[in-house]
Design a protein around this ligand. Sequence first.
Ligand SMILES: CCCCCCC/C=C/C(=O)SCCNC(=O)CCNC(=O)[C@H](O)C(C)(C)COP(=O)(O)OP(=O)(O)OC[C@H]1O[C@@H](n2cnc3c(N)ncnc32)[C@H](O)[C@@H]1OP(=O)(O)O
Length: 188
Amino acid sequence: MALRAALRKSCALTGLFCQLSSSRHGRVCASPVLVAQQRNSSTAQNIKLDFDQSTGVAVMHMQCPPVNALSLEFLTEICITVEKLEMDKSCRGLIITSSQPKVFSAGLDLLEMYETSTEHRGEFWRAVQEMWLKLYSSKLVTIAAINGSSPAGGCLMAMTCDYRIMADNPRYGIGLNETQLGMVAPFW
Ligand SMILES: CCCCCCC/C=C/C(=O)SCCNC(=O)CCNC(=O)[C@H](O)C(C)(C)COP(=O)(O)OP(=O)(O)OC[C@H]1O[C@@H](n2cnc3c(N)ncnc32)[C@H](O)[C@@H]1OP(=O)(O)O
């Protein structure tokens, strides 16, 4: 049973990798084939979703300027998008990438943690936890196409995907740097 599930995931993955290509400028991008075959395209405020029903692959473009900082609103949008895709039986895989230049995600929105109420911060941290649990436990094959810097919460997001592909550019950094900001990761 477990083996069958693993095989299913791996077959779906082969399809997903075929859809990824990288340009000479160190950017990872969805192949033009995906755009041409696209059946379904929807846009939430900070997310552009391209879903190709013939392959079952969805591409979630994060477009929350300037740096895809993970605010309560943006985290909620991400969770709702993943939930909707999971409910669609024709969806097998999800590629997460960024529309912002040079940045995949700057991590948690620092302004959400600054001068906000205890109640708001509670809601915010619950949304952070929901986001990574949703991705980590998703039945979809998930791939982070990391086409820019991805510190802290951005790194967390990428780590909770099944696979990560990062653009080969020495200017792009990734890692858990939150302790440098004096933050301790919660006991999840
Ligand atoms: C077991 C695992 C547990 C994990 C626990 C997870 C805990 C996670 C904590 C966090 O995520 S805390 C956030 C940490 N993030 C950072 O430290 C990133 C800081 N930002 C940068 O390093 C850079 O901004 C960048 C992302 C590399 C981009 O550099 P670039 O030069 O392209 O842009 P900037 O001029 O620096 O920034 C533009 C604009 O964006 C604002 N901004 C940047 N990061 C954030 C952020 N995280 N939250 C809110 N806003 C951010 C920055 O202030 C600039 O704003 P303006 O000055 O233009 O208004």
